[in-house]
Design a protein around this ligand. Structure first.
Ligand code: SF4
Length: 335
């Protein structure tokens, strides 16, 4: 069943709840851009559901005037999978923070992605536990000083985009809270995607990890420290766009055009490559040795979880509709 298209504005998606993030929190920008994007999709509010867990980012469903559900810590992808199975016509968004998604919720996240459930999963990453007041999180970079790492974190951080790619997510992207145009473009692409759409958003926690993404937000610094991935285009960066990435065997390296290096040497970004190895390599680039990538890493079509289930049930003996399982009265007694 197709979802009717309506003319709406961002204010149609504002709830009556008072927004209670700290002044200067990057979540404000994300909320604002998300409401703009939702209005542009023309999907009725009653056909949209936001599901979250626990953390600063997980308050977001309260501030959006759609259906919403704030569940338990890390379980949002599992809850959202149930919502989508129960009503495949809904557009279902999941909002997670890095603590929520990458600690207790990591298995739920990866299984939703590998199943290709038609969800749009936003992982708002500030590399710190904010709601519980400033402990290092699974994504905190080495050297991060926090209440639980006063001399600097010594632990290797998880890289959410790498995890999503390893889990076979069919749409994987990264954006940053202050770049509203880029964020909007990525939200739109994620919404258009059918299957598991995963978006990591670098978000500034003003209170506990201020400035951690300055290299990706400062207008002067970011030209040398950020690559904007463009499908089918050579991977260039720098103020004069004369720096580039190339492969030396299996190793990426930064080169400068014009010193015996031509465009023929440069890596071309292919977000639709069936094999995600190159996307995975790009997801692992971190400073200061490399610039970091923003944009779409992977965007491929595969049957969704629902389509696979429908096909399996129709081939059963006797064939039956998936809904019959949900409506069934079978039960098990555990000894
Ligand atoms: S603690 Fe950090 S992430 Fe949480 S609301 Fe405050 S600034 Fe935002």
């Amino acid at each position: 069943m197709s979802i009717p298209v309506l003319a709406m504005t961002a204010s149609d998606f504002s709830s009556a709840q008072e927004v209670r993030w700290c002044p200067g929190c990057g979540d404000y920008s994300i909320l604002s851009q998300l409401k703009q994007a939702l209005a542009s999709f023309g999907v009725r509010r009653e056909n949209i559901v936001f599901v979250s867990g626990v953390g600063c980012a997980s308050r977001l469903p309260h501030y959006i005037n759609t259906f919403g559900f704030q569940g338990s810590y890390g379980r949002a992808p599992a809850l959202a999978t149930g919502v989508k199975l129960a009503n495949p016509n809904l557009q279902v968004w999941v909002v997670m923070g890095d603590g929520d998604a990458c600690s207790a919720g990591l298995t739920h996240l990866t299984h939703a992605l590998r199943r290709n459930v038609d969800l749009k999963i936003l992982l708002i990453n500030n590399e710190v536990f904010g709601l519980s007041r400033g402990q290092q999180s699974p994504t905190s970079r080495v050297g991060t000083c926090s209440k639980t790492s006063p001399d600097g974190s010594v632990e290797t951080p998880l890289r959410p985009v790498s995890i999503a790619l390893a889990a076979e997510a069919t749409f994987v992207a990264r954006t940053v809270d202050v770049d509203v145009n880029h964020m909007s473009e990525i939200f739109e692409k994620a919404a258009m995607h059918r299957g598991s759409g995963f978006v990591e958003i670098y978000q500034n926690c003003k209170i506990f990890n201020d400035g951690v993404f300055e290299y990706a937000t400062d207008a002067v610094i970011k030209t040398d420290s950020i690559i904007h991935l463009e499908h089918g285009r050579p991977i260039l960066f720098g103020k004069d766009r004369n720096h580039a990435l190339r492969l030396n065997g299996f190793e990426p390296e930064v080169v400068t055009l014009g010193q015996g290096i031509t465009m023929d040497d440069i890596l071309i970004h292919d977000e639709r490559a069936a094999e995600p190895t190159l996307a995975f390599l790009l997801s692992r680039l971190v400073g200061p040795q490399f610039p970091e990538c923003l944009g779409v890493f992977r965007n491929v079509r595969k049957p969704t979880h629902q389509q696979l289930l429908d096909a399996a049930f129709q081939q059963g003996d006797p064939p039956r509709a998936f809904e019959s399982l949900l409506a069934g009265d079978e039960s098990w007694t555990l000894a």
